[in-house]
Design a protein around this ligand. Structure first.
Ligand SMILES: [Zn+2]
Length: 465
């Protein structure tokens, strides 16, 4: 949708539940902007004692609900369809009634996601809403990560169960990793005295949802929560970010509660930073034995100990003095990875600064402090360069141009990180060029660095002379 004032306001709850959209273009012709105009239909395909299957815009997706009898419903159907429909400017047509709460929340939900996506609210039609029965128990989503443990521990007296979903961050066909993560989640739930509801779903197979995960994962969790209404009346979603670091995102304190329908959805923990949460977990044996933070799983490892998220968590645990106790991190913290890690956004930079201040105040870990200072210097540049690598390399001088520039000559056979220096403005005075070169060299990955190569200021100065 192009930016600009919406041409149609959200429907009031009464209008919205009483209208059924006529399907004016069932073959899915596109508009001038290349968008489809036919309705995005969601229909119940099948339901058994363990699984509910929906047909979403001709893609079949299932949700298996572990030991709970699944419940079909329009609240779950809407959660699967709304964001793809907003993106595509298509009306939504459901075949099941939503709850009165879900219907009442829709205008606000559309207003917020519509604002984030520059999209006009879409019409949603289906059978009239009805009062829907819900269970009385309380559960929390539980991936085994920092946010999950924090919410599970904080609300332990109220919680009856934890919900683990295989098919969200762990692909549904990755049996090995899925089994290992479930095993840890089972043991953690057992140690906390809670039942583990083991959900499996392939709903990411519906690509407008699965490939837009940053914006849709809250809706996906809502679809799972609403499918558990036979047993649960309230489900917590552990927050990733704090109220201070908010930006448009799939799971958000403004939008998560608006996915409430038959089941109340609660966004929890945005008042605590990641460091606060880890401090809360530091002396909890259950977290030390089962914490899982990694989504990249390099080398198929549970926590790869290499990616940004693993590294960030290990830094915090080391600062708290408990890294050795957390057994799911089975490799030492590599300070070179700390030094040369990227800083993708404000949240990562803020975290790094907070940790550095804490270490400098304590004065106990000068090696880590030094590595973090270097990360703050080169991390943002490294990220900027890495996202533009193709464009940068395309502009480099080549041997065939016969370039006499000594810098270009020096860069001809150099690794990619050095070649990127060729884009530095030649008009800059030497100190700035050297400094920029040092920043850019931060983008040079550890893997590319020739064995034994020492980066010195003199060496860089010689290259850019
Ligand atoms: Zn990792």
């Amino acid at each position: 949708m192009a930016a600009g004032a919406p041409t149609e306001r959200p429907l009031s709850p009464s209008q919205e539940v009483s209208r059924r959209t006529p399907i004016c273009n069932p073959v899915g012709m596109t508009t001038g902007a290349g968008q489809r105009t036919d309705a995005l239909r969601v229909a119940l395909e099948d339901e058994t004692n363990t699984r509910v299957t929906y047909l979403v815009d001709s893609t079949k997706v299932f949700i298996e609900t572990g030991g709970c009898v699944p419940a079909n419903g329009g609240d779950a159907e809407l959660a699967l369809a709304l964001i793809p429909a907003l993106r595509g400017g298509r009306p939504v047509e459901l075949d099941l009634p939503r709850s009165a709460t879900g219907a009442a929340n829709l205008p606000s939900l559309q207003a917020i996601f519509g604002s984030w996506l520059d999209a006009t609210p879409v019409e949603v039609s289906g059978p009239a809403s009805e009062s829907t029965s819900r269970g009385t128990q309380v559960a929390s989503f539980f991936s085994g990560g920092v946010d999950s443990f924090y919410t599970a521990l904080r609300h332990a007296p109220e919680l009856d169960a934890l919900i683990f979903v295989h098919g969200f961050d762990i692909p549904i066909d990755d049996q090995a990793l899925g089994s290992e993560a479930i095993m840890h989640a089972r043991m953690a739930a057992n140690a906390l005295g809670k039942e583990l509801i083991e959900v499996r779903t392939d709903l990411r197979k519906y690509l407008p949802l699965g490939e837009d995960w940053g914006f849709t994962h809250g809706a996906a969790m809502a679809a799972v929560a609403q499918s558990l209404r036979a047993r649960f009346g309230k489900v917590y979603i552990p927050s990733t970010y704090t109220y201070k670091d908010m930006f448009p995102w799939g799971s958000h304190p403004m939008t998560d509660p608006l996915w409430s329908g038959a089941v109340e959805v609660v966004h929890d923990g945005a008042d605590a930073t990641r460091m606060d949460k880890l401090a809360h977990l530091a002396d909890q044996q259950v977290a030390a034995d089962h914490l899982r933070v990694c989504w990249e799983n390099r080398g198929g490892r549970f926590n790869c100990c290499e990616c940004e998220k693993c590294t960030r968590t290990m830094i915090a645990l080391r600062v708290l003095g408990v890294l050795d106790d957390f057994k799911t991190f089975d490799r030492p913290l590599d300070l070179n990875r700390v030094r040369f890690g990227v800083l993708r956004d404000t949240a990562q930079t803020t975290f790094t600064r907070q940790v550095l201040r804490q270490i400098e105040a304590a004065g106990t870990d000068p090696d880590l402090a030094k590595a973090l200072r270097w990360r703050l210097r080169v991390g943002p540049a490294r990220h900027a360069i890495s996202t533009q690598r193709g464009r940068v390399l395309a502009k480099l001088p080549t041997r065939s141009t016969g370039d006499k520039d000594p810098l270009a000559a020096a860069l001809k056979d150099a690794p990619a990180g050095l070649r990127e220096m060729a884009l530095l403005p030649r008009s800059e005075p030497m100190p700035q060029r050297v400094q920029h070169a040092l920043f850019v060299l931060g983008s040079w990955s550890i893997e590319e660095r020739p064995a034994g190569f020492e980066l010195t200021r003199e060496r860089v100065a010689a290259l850019v002379r």
